[in-house]
Ligand binder design. Structure first.
Ligand SMILES: *Cc1c(COP(=O)(O)O)cnc(C)c1O
Length: 364
């Protein structure tokens, strides 16, 4: 039997009896946009995250774009972020007409190297966008201190870390705005696209709502350029069910990571949990000089694995004209040595053994 990266079929089998009747009710209620489940999900997500406001939107990418627009980002502005992330973290900065400034990463946590951030701040810097990569919370206190010192906004990209904790707060709740994604592979996932913005700031919350709704405060009156970015009712129904399982699922991911760590010790470099918060293992990512060999052997054994991310953002064709000459050696080296193994709350202990056994075989 093949082992997938993420076993959505097993998850569906587990949740089917909760999800299907709820979806059928919503189908029959015919309030497909702006219905009661979207409002209820926003309230439940805000309560879960411990924030005053949660605003649903169409994707994690939209959440980032709308958050950046809400803080007034525009041409001539700069945003400091990581080059080791999914493209949307930085493409949304460009969509606002602003420029991403990439700072190298810490070789163990894979998150922004906090010692290099301040040197990247210029008079044009408006915000810092840390990514809690693979579910590991960034140490935000020093970033917040920098933001306060230099008058910047802190926008968390929590697309991979919903449910993680940092300093007694849920991931995304510590900065000015937290953005997350419900893409089907994320820790809290819909059966399609979806996203969420969370904040404690009343004024920013109002701005986020206006921008997500065609720049309109009063229907058919548009004072600012906005977007059509909505979570639909059916996805909200599914997310309400799955939110109730999120902590259990994240706990299982942590237990799987623990088993992997024990079984892979001494074979490869296992993920470093820096202890700054509660890691929720969106990915379980190992490092090895023999990465390509491991990948080949796993693939031949019917075990999925993936390189997140093979090309750092400053080397992507879309950013190369402006950033191609940048040297971010830690990121470039990690991109050559990283490999993410299957992880899903549904992964079984015997599957973990099979995966680590195949890696042991590849390396010995
Ligand atoms: C998935 C992801 C996004 C984008 O979310 P979508 O819902 O796919 O638009 C942004 N940032 C990071 C770090 C992601 O992993």
């Amino acid at each position: 039997m093949n082992i997938p990266m993420l076993d959505l079929k097993a998850e569906y089998a587990l949740l089917r009896d909760e999800i299907e009747p709820a979806v059928c009710d919503a189908l029959a209620a015919c309030q497909y946009i702006g219905g009661p489940n979207v409002k209820a999900f926003e309230a439940e997500a805000a309560a879960y995250a411990g924030v005053k406001h949660a605003i649903a939107c169409a994707s994690g990418t939209d959440a980032l774009l709308i958050a950046l627009r809400a803080i007034g980002l525009g041409p001539g502005d700069e945003v400091i972020t990581t080059p080791f992330t999914f493209v949307a973290t930085a493409s949304t900065v460009v969509m606002c007409g602003a420029k991403p400034v990439f700072v190298d990463i810490d070789p163990r946590s894979f998150n922004l190297d906090l010692d290099q951030v301040e040197a990247a701040i210029t008079p044009a810097t408006r915000a810092i966008v840390p990514v809690h990569l693979f579910g590991q919370p960034v140490h935000l206190a020093p970033l917040k201190a920098l933001c306060e010192k230099h008058g910047l906004k802190l926008i968390e990209d929590a697309a991979q870390s919903f449910g993680a904790d940092y300093a007694g707060r849920k991931s995304g709740a510590y900065g000015d705005i937290g953005c997350t994604s419900f893409y089907p592979s994320k820790n809290l996932s819909a059966f399609g696209d979806g996203g969420l913005m969370i904040t404690d700031n009343d004024q920013l919350a109002a701005e986020l709502r206006v921008l997500a709704s065609h720049g309109s405060r009063v229907r058919y009156h548009h004072h600012v350029l906005g977007y059509n970015s909505r979570l639909d009712e059916i996805q909200a129904v599914i997310l309400r069910v799955k939110l109730r399982h999120l902590d259990n699922f994240n706990n299982r991911r942590r237990a799987i990571a623990d088993s992997y760590g024990k079984q892979l010790a001494g074979l490869v470099e296992t993920p470093f949990a820096d202890g700054n918060g509660r890691h929720v293992y969106h990915q379980y990512t190992i490092l090895s000089d023999r990465r390509d060999l491991i990948q080949k052997v796993l693939t031949e054994s019917g075990i999925a694995c993936a390189v997140y991310y093979p090309v750092p953002l400053h080397k992507q064709e879309m950013f190369a004209p402006t950033h191609g000459s940048a040297s971010l050696p830690v990121t470039e080296r990690i991109a050559q040595r990283c490999l993410s193994l299957p992880i899903s709350p549904m992964l079984k202990d015997d599957q973990i053994k099979r995966i680590t056994g195949a890696i042991r075989q590849a390396l010995t």
